[in-house]
Design a protein around this ligand. Structure first.
Ligand SMILES: O=c1ccn([C@H]2C[C@H](O)[C@@H](COP(=O)(O)OP(=O)(O)OP(=O)(O)O)O2)c(=O)[nH]1
Ligand SMILES: [Mg+2]
Length: 156
């Protein structure tokens, strides 16, 4: 009999008052890379995002991102494709030492106003391993074939 050890890191969530009654962020399919984030806007006051405008949408939770990991806040492709809604700072970076409410910076690149209702799944978060590098200044960069080529230097 094989015993499966759950090796996943634990993401502790702290529900804030504006998160009362919201479903927890979750993975919507077995293999989902990101957990969907819900809008903790007021039930009685949906947020209307006009074309060209941006808004910080609350999630109603503090996320204790495990040490050695980051939270990447990413757009949902359906909202992007159908409504022109994306995360202006995609991927948003949630640091493992952040203890404030996670918010989603949405921008409306579409042509129509977009109404954000309470509980709407407006973005997704990928939990990914991340490391900090030790920073050291040196006099000269090592030689590489690419050299300083960038921004299309390899052609299309
Ligand atoms: O989409 C996002 C991006 C960031 N944050 C929060 C968590 C993150 O840990 C903190 C700082 O993010 P970032 O480092 O991108 O912002 P900054 O402009 O560098 O602010 P700071 O000086 O506070 O680091 O803001 C969010 O809630 N959602
Ligand atoms: Mg920062």
């Amino acid at each position: 009999m094989t015993i499966h050890h759950d090796t996943r890191p634990t993401l502790n969530l702290i529900r804030l008052p504006n998160g009362e009654g919201l479903d927890l962020p979750g993975y919507e399919s077995k293999g989902a890379a990101g957990m969907d984030l819900r809008a903790a806007v007021d039930d009685a006051a949906p947020l209307t995002l006009l074309p060209g405008k941006r808004a910080l949408v609350p999630t109603g939770f503090i996320f204790e991102i495990p040490e050695g990991f980051e939270g990447q806040v990413r757009p949902r492709s359906g909202l992007a494709f159908k409504n022109g809604i994306t995360c202006l700072n995609s991927p948003g970076t949630v640091d493992s030492d952040y203890r404030g409410e996670v918010k989603v910076l949405l921008v409306n690149l579409g042509e129509e106003p977009f109404v954000i209702e309470r509980g709407m799944r407006i973005a997704q978060m990928v939990i990914a391993p991340v490391t900090q590098a030790r920073v050291a200044e040196i006099a000269e960069a090592s030689e590489t074939v690419r050299g300083a080529g960038g921004f299309g230097s390899t052609g299309v």
